[in-house]
Design a protein around this ligand. Structure first.
Ligand code: SF4
Ligand code: MG
Length: 330
């Protein structure tokens, strides 16, 4: 299966007043295949949204490379071809602020339909808008409604419909359901799963909610202070979590019935506070919170190791085959 998104040694630093440098993303390597979902999970401040914004072109990476459909992405969004921009879309957490409230849903959809679909005829645009609404399971009458007159979940579905207007291959979902009620969350997630199958979409799904990824992700990657701790296929990830941070996160998911568990949003409970990314700990970034911390952890950042095929862990306490992250498919 071909790789849609290949993130190579991505770094993003923010240069703040008084010489402060925030290392938001510190050398991340990730690959996403066609038709699959990569769950990128971390607490706030872990750098997960920064990675998304580097991919979409809202930020310029400090260094590293992002390959999309086999082509390197230009760091400046204005230099990216229109087709390439249409091939990747992003859906944000707050569906309220990402649509024009003074325009109907149809008018909101018409802009990307014209821009990326090349449609000019009013009737053709109308038909396409209705088709997009059908794709996400919204009634056709919603075309004439205003974003504020429909529920939050429906508005998010309308945003997803708008993202589909350009026939994207990749959709970046940045906490798309965390502003929604749990029951509505499930409806949106179900719709995303159906769409993925129907359109062979790839999702980069950004979330702090590990329980959400269990039935959604093909592969889960855990990010902490801008670095990857662990990456594995979903079944392996939940059955054999190895990194102390992953274990901490998973232990905070309450055990309930499976159905409930899938629906329940989980706050990442922490042992100690997440350090300030502007003042990064030396060595392993997690050492200030880790129950297994050793002397070496305080001074030396661990190397990524492959513990079993496709399962990567970055921790001094875990045995495995050291990998060249630049070459490996993570
Ligand atoms: Fe803990 Fe050390 Fe592993 Fe970091 S490298 S997670 S501090 S054991
Ligand atoms: Mg964020």
């Amino acid at each position: 299966q071909d790789i849609v998104l290949d993130i190579k040694n991505l770094k993003k630093y923010f240069y703040m007043p008084k010489g402060v440098v925030v290392h938001a993303v510190e050398g991340v390597n990730l690959q996403l295949k066609r038709g699959e979902t990569l769950g990128l999970v971390g607490e706030s401040g872990s750098g997960k949204s920064t990675i998304a914004y580097d991919v979409i072109g809202m930020y310029k990476p400090t260094s590293g490379e992002i390959i999309f459909n086999g082509e390197p992405l230009h760091p400046d969004i204005h230099k990216r071809p229109l087709k390439q921009k249409g091939d990747m879309q992003i859906v944000f957490q707050d569906p309220g602020s990402s649509m024009n409230p003074r325009a109907t849903i149809e008018t909101n959809l018409a802009f990307p339909i014209k821009r990326h679909g090349g449609l000019k005829d009013r009737q053709a645009i109308h038909e396409r808008a209705l088709e997009l609404l059908r794709f996400v399971g919204l009634p056709e009458e919603y075309a004439q409604k205003y974003p504020r007159s429909i529920g939050g979940g429906e508005r998010q579905l309308a945003c997803i419909a708008r993202a589909l207007a350009s026939n994207p291959k990749l959709i970046i979902l940045d906490e798309p359901t965390s502003a929604l009620d749990v029951s509505i969350q499930a409806k949106v997630i179900r719709q995303l799963i159906d769409l993925q199958k129907e359109l062979n979409l790839s999702y980069l799904f950004i979330t702090h909610d590990l329980s959400l990824m269990r039935n959604l992700a093909t592969k889960v990657a855990i990010l902490y202070l801008g670095r990857l701790c662990e990456i594995a296929e979903t079944a392996e990830f939940y059955s054999t979590p190895m990194h102390p941070y992953t274990q901490m996160l998973l232990s905070s998911i309450p055990v309930v019935t499976e159905e409930e568990e899938n629906l329940r949003p989980v706050k990442l409970e922490s042992r100690g506070e997440i350090p300030n990314p502007a003042n990064m700990p030396t060595g392993c970034g997690f050492h200030t919170r880790c129950s297994r911390c050793m002397e070496i952890c305080k001074t030396q950042h661990p190397q990524m190791k492959e513990v079993s095929p496709g399962h990567f862990v970055c921790c001094h306490a875990i045995e495995g085959k050291p990998v060249d992250t630049e070459a490996a498919v993570l």
